[in-house]
Design a protein around this ligand. Structure first.
Ligand code: PPS
Length: 563
């Protein structure tokens, strides 16, 4: 539908239009086509609407897109390092005509903006990836449009904001760039260092930030790097709350916390430049640049790559308005219990992994590592293992002994009564969860991914999931692990009983049928089984009784403090 009133000028602070126009747009929107945004696209739209992406007032048109890829500048010469277009499906793109209005909605269908389409085109994603990340780079899901579509088409055009995306968490610290900048003016902060981190911060970080702030004469704007896909996960809330506690350790006159809808695209130097522009738009003057490639722990000397990265940001500082600041290496002075800057090759502190490790083992975290408030928040998420749920994931050939072992452990763990226990045996799952699936590679992977999802829900709620599928492929085992490990332990047990023994047992007569050609695609006979490379345990049941094999698993669980 064509809707060609002249577009009103946007006010300086955001792209939301006057409520009278909102009323008009909502009325007309019934005739507009709609696009529903995914979580990443929602972040990008919010950054457009709140003007964190100033000076953009919409999605890039083709000319600007090409100019950005070629020279990192919009066609008017303004520095802009990454494409920002709205990615849609080919089918939707084919239905559009330039000049048309499109309702841009969140996943629930709530209208957030109206986009006046200026152009629609199919991008060359390989060329885009090469321009952004260097020759030979393959297009990834985080490329330009952040739309997660394999073959997106791009739309460019100006945006009229109807509403900011609805966020319900931590609303008091979700300020817009203009609000943040105004608060700096009120506080009399002339120099502000932007600090973003995707992990909780501890005492070594605090000591470093204090020192940098003192060196630069700057105050701090702290922001956790949030993952849009984890918006509803425990880690999202835990990270923000740990930042709240960390911020409290500074005097109010020195540090401020804000949540930005920025998500990290991992786009190397160009991504870092966009971050600098965004930080400038929030009113900052400096930006902390973490050493992404840092080996942990590392020697003091900065790597050449990191130095080059800082130099690159420095070379563009006149354009971005942001001075990059490199990490300092901090080392613990055991005598005073304080972190001090180390220029002499001491090992750099990285407390977070060590803190999580101690919390997970239920051991006390020494005072010099972190702050009581931060630890209190983290200890709710990183519970000692004996309070966490876990998954026992048996994988192996049919007849290897997975089900027997799973059943013995099911009973033994129920007897111990430490947690609720659920058994997701291959057959149970095939009957109740995956009855429509075949034994093709795709369906086996789907089956195992579903098992991983159910196991993760069980583990999230503190239970034990015992899974016993064949799970012949590494990719879906990896998915299952990733889903579970967000909430608790994942113990992969390769039941490595040799094929000859499984075949000799042949309890279900399935091998005989496969050899006779009655069934096709039996794992181990004429279908592959990819052995796990690093399972937590490997058990060959041709050498052990079920009780002995179960005992091995119980030993592992107590050694690793799950029991
Ligand atoms: S998978 O690959 O993980 O999805 O398999 P799974 O869900 O564990 O199902 C395995 C059980 O299905 C029976 N069965 C087959 N297995 C392998 N390949 C083929 N073609 C096949 N057809 C049927 C088999 O009896 C498996 O049971 P278990 O208990 O493992 O012996």
């Amino acid at each position: 539908m064509q809707y060609t009133d002249s577009l009103p000028a946007h006010n300086a602070e955001n792209l939301l239009v006057h409520f009278r126009r909102v009323e008009l747009l909502k009325e007309r929107a019934t005739e507009f086509k709609s696009v529903n945004l995914n979580p990443r696209q929602l972040c990008d739209l919010e950054m457009l609407l709140n003007r964190a992406f100033y000076p953009l007032d919409g999605y890039l048109g083709r000319k600007d897109y090409e100019s950005v890829l070629e020279s990192m500048r919009l066609s008017d010469g303004t520095l802009w390092p990454l494409p920002l277009c709205l990615g849609v499906s080919a089918e939707f793109a084919a239905s559009l005509t330039p000049g048309e209005s499109v309702a841009v909605r969140d996943a629930e269908g709530f209208m957030l903006a109206v986009l006046t389409v200026s152009e629609v085109w199919k991008p060359d994603l390989a060329a885009e990836a090469a321009a952004i990340r260097g020759e030979g780079a393959l297009p990834g899901p985080e490329d330009g449009c952040s739309c997660g579509l394999a073959e997106p088409w791009y739309i460019g055009g100006r945006v009229e904001g109807v509403s900011f995306p609805q966020r319900y968490d931590f609303t008091e610290i979700r300020l817009t760039p203009a609000e943040v900048q105004r608060s700096f003016v009120q506080k009399g902060w002339r120099k502000v260092l932007a600090v973003q981190a995707g992990r909780p911060l501890h005492k070594a970080d605090r000591a470093m930030l204090e020192e940098i702030a003192r060196d630069q004469g700057a105050s701090l704007l702290l922001s956790p790097l949030l993952k849009p896909s984890m918006y509803f996960s425990v880690s999202h809330f835990s990270l923000v709350r740990s930042f709240q506690q960390f911020t409290e350790t500074f005097p109010r006159s020195m540090a401020k916390l804000n949540l930005t809808p920025w998500f990290e695209r991992h786009m190397g130097p160009r991504g870092a430049l966009l971050r600098a522009i965004v930080n400038k738009n929030y009113g900052c003057t400096h930006m902390l640049v973490w050493d992404a490639a840092k080996a942990e722990p590392r020697q003091n000397a900065l790597s050449e790559e990191y130095e080059a990265h800082i130099r690159w940001l420095m070379d563009h500082a006149a354009d971005t308005g942001i001075t990059p600041v490199a990490e300092h290496c901090m080392a613990l002075d055991r005598a005073s219990g304080q972190y001090v800057r180390s220029d002499t090759g001491g090992l750099c502190a990285n407390d977070h992994d060590a803190v999580v490790d101690l919390l997970s083992r239920g051991e006390p975290v020494p005072d010099w590592m972190s702050f009581p408030g931060v630890l209190k928040e983290l200890s709710r998420t990183y519970k000692p293992r004996r309070e966490q749920g876990f998954t026992l994931f048996f994988t192996g050939l049919s007849g290897a002994g997975k089900s027997t072992l799973a059943k013995v452990l099911f009973v033994k763990l129920l007897e111990l009564n430490s947690r609720p226990v659920s058994l997701l045996d291959g057959d149970i799952v095939r009957t109740n969860l995956s009855s429509e699936l075949s034994f093709s590679k795709e369906h086996r992977n789907l089956n195992v991914t579903r098992i991983g999802f159910v196991a993760s829900e069980i583990v999230k709620n503190g239970g034990v999931a015992i899974c016993a599928p064949i799970a012949p492929y590494a990719e879906s085992r990896r998915h299952a692990r990733a889903a579970v490990e967000e909430y608790g332990g994942f113990i992969e047990i390769h039941v490595s009983t040799p094929l000859a023994v499984c075949e000799q047992r042949d309890r279900k007569g399935i091998y005989a049928k496969a050899r006779a050609g009655i069934i096709k695609g039996l794992t181990g006979v004429d279908d592959p089984y990819i052995e796990p490379e690093n399972p937590e345990l490997r058990i060959d049941t041709s050498e052990l009784t079920p009780n002995e094999a179960a005992h091995e698993v119980l030993l592992y669980l107590s050694e690793h403090k799950y029991l």
